[in-house]
Every structure is written in C-alpha cells, then in structure tokens.
Design a protein around this ligand. Structure first.
Ligand SMILES: [Zn+2]
Length: 307
C-alpha cells in the first residue's frame, strides 16, 4: 500500500480575515501533525492547479469567473458574510481542487492508492453556482467528476462526516447516479439541508444526528445507513469529505465525536475500498475548528487511512 499527502503553501496563506474560524492555524496544525515520524513514509506532493476544464464539470462558468477574475491586490473581498477572499485565495482554491484531482489520477493510475489532501479553503458547501460557507470550489466534487470524466469510472462514493451537511456536493450530484453521496451531520445546523428525505436519484443518503449525539449515535447511523449504502453501491473509488468539526471539542457545533470515531469510520471505508475499489481512497480536509481536536483527529484518520 502506497499513500501520499497533497498540500500547497497557498492553502496555508489563504486568509479569510482576522478572527475567522477557518484560519491558517488550522492547516498549520494539520501539517504539524503530518510531520510526525509516524507519517514519514508517506509521499509528499505539491498540489497542482486545477484546470478550468476540471472545475467546469461541476461549477457554473459564472462562479468560476467570479472566483478567478479581478485579482485582489490587497485586503479582502466578501462573497457572503462567512466566505471571504484574500489575494492568495483564488490560488488556494485552485490548489485544493487540483490536489484532489491529482490524488484521483494517482489512485487510479496505481501510484498511490490512498491520499490525504491537506488543503483549504474547504469545499463541500460550494454548489454548482454558489460559493458559500467558507468554500469557493467544491474540491471533492471536482475530483469525483474528474474520476468519472477523465478516467471513465462509473461509480464514485463520497462519504462526508463533517458536522455540517455538504449541501454543495448534494446539489452537484443530486440527479447523477454515478456518484453516491453519503453524509452524517448535525441537524438542525448550517446550512439547513440534509434531511433524511433528501435522496436525489436514490444516490443521496443523509444521516442527520441530533445535537449532543456522540460516538454511539454516529456509529449506529453508519452501520444502519451509510456503510450499507456504500457497500451496495460497490464504488470503484471511495472519496472522503473529511471534516473534523463533529469532535466534542469543536466550537462551531454540538456533536461529541472522538478521534477514535474518525479512525473507526476511516477503517471501515478502507475495508469497503479493499473489496470494491482496489483499495483506492482519496480524502480531503473540510472543516474542523478546534486545533487540539484537529491534531488528534487527523492523526487518527491518517493512521487508519494508511494502515
Ligand atoms: Zn463543517
């Protein structure tokens, strides 16, 4: 088994403004964790820039243009109250989506069957035509479409355990049976989508969790809904929207996951990938706003991903 970490300094430099929870300190904490000798065998790859062609498979031209045009000389440009761009943000978003596409290329090409993309901004709230919720481009969705269009895959599973529902990923693949989108998330919570009744073309599986839910509720929902759906789908590639904000220490939500929960779900997904997807798993960082929780959760996730 060979695994790689994709990242880029532009992702570290992206700055949504003072006091913003999606700070560069998050990625710094993740990179510090990835520097642990336990992960020294993992290949390190500089994330390339996603092409317009790759982005346009899942995003409207107007969204791509609004993120990429009119470079910001200094200061910030506010997309919505939560979503703010600094001068390097467009490159960071391109590198984040490019990282996932490169990881998909490598997984399918047989070079590194597992990958973790240590990138920001996150992506799963970005819909086909709207950047929102700290997200500019939907990196995991761009990668899934890349696997389908560029590599001819017909079944890609995206599992999203971020505490927020990935409304963007659901929106993009709502009527596309080539992608299974399976999400656990706190509900009600931002962005308000993710009810169990939202099933798309039968390819969307939502497991909303009540505030206060912890390991037991999460694992029960996975065993009852998410994992059987992924298993039945028999994906040729497993992708993970890896947000760690359902951790009990996270300041933005009210679930009580532990680092061990992330190791557990990751291990289960690696098993499914081993049965159906030639072991191919591509994971990309989404949310996670407690630095302590991020450090221990990423370490647990990576250890299980590369076991
Ligand atoms: Zn989140």
């Amino acid at each position: 088994m060979s695994a790689a970490i994709y990242t880029h300094r532009a992702c570290l430099a992206h700055d949504p403004g003072p006091g913003h929870p999606e700070s560069s300190a998050r990625l710094a904490a993740v990179l510090e964790t990835l520097g642990d000798p336990a992960f020294s065998a993992l290949a390190r790859v500089e994330a390339p820039i996603a092409t317009r062609e790759q982005l346009a498979r899942v995003h409207a031209q107007e969204l791509i243009d609004s993120v990429l045009q009119d470079p910001i000389e200094s200061g910030w440009r506010r997309i919505d109250p939560d979503t703010v761009m600094s001068p390097v943000s467009a490159e960071a978003a391109l590198r984040a989506a490019g990282a996932v596409c490169a990881a998909v290329d490598s997984a399918i090409g047989g070079e590194h069957e597992r990958a973790f993309c240590a990138v920001r901004p996150p992506g799963h709230h970005a819909t086909r035509d709207t950047a929102m919720g700290f997200c500019l481009f939907n990196s995991v969705a761009v990668g899934a479409a890349h696997a389908i269009v560029a590599h001819g895959l017909s079944r890609v599973a995206i599992v999203d355990f971020d505490v927020h529902h990935g409304n963007g990923t659901q929106d993009i693949f709502w009527s596309d049976p080539r992608v299974l989108y399976a999400s656990s998330h706190q509900w009600p919570l931002y962005p308000g989508t993710g009810a169990r009744s939202e099933t798309g073309a039968g390819n969307i599986v939502n497991a909303p969790l009540r505030p206060g839910s912890g390991s037991a509720e999460f694992r029960a929902a996975c065993e009852a809904m998410l994992l059987p759906a992924v298993e039945r789908f028999a994906p040729e590639l497993v992708m993970i929207s890896a947000g760690f904000d359902a951790h009990r220490l996270d300041p933005l939500a009210n679930l009580n996951f532990t680092a061990d929960d992330y190791a557990w779900i990751t291990g289960r997904l690696v098993e499914i990938a081993g049965r159906h997807a030639q072991g191919r798993v591509v994971s990309s960082l989404e949310g996670g706003y407690s630095l302590t929780a991020l450090r221990e959760s990423v370490a647990a996730h990576l250890a299980a991903l590369t076991a």
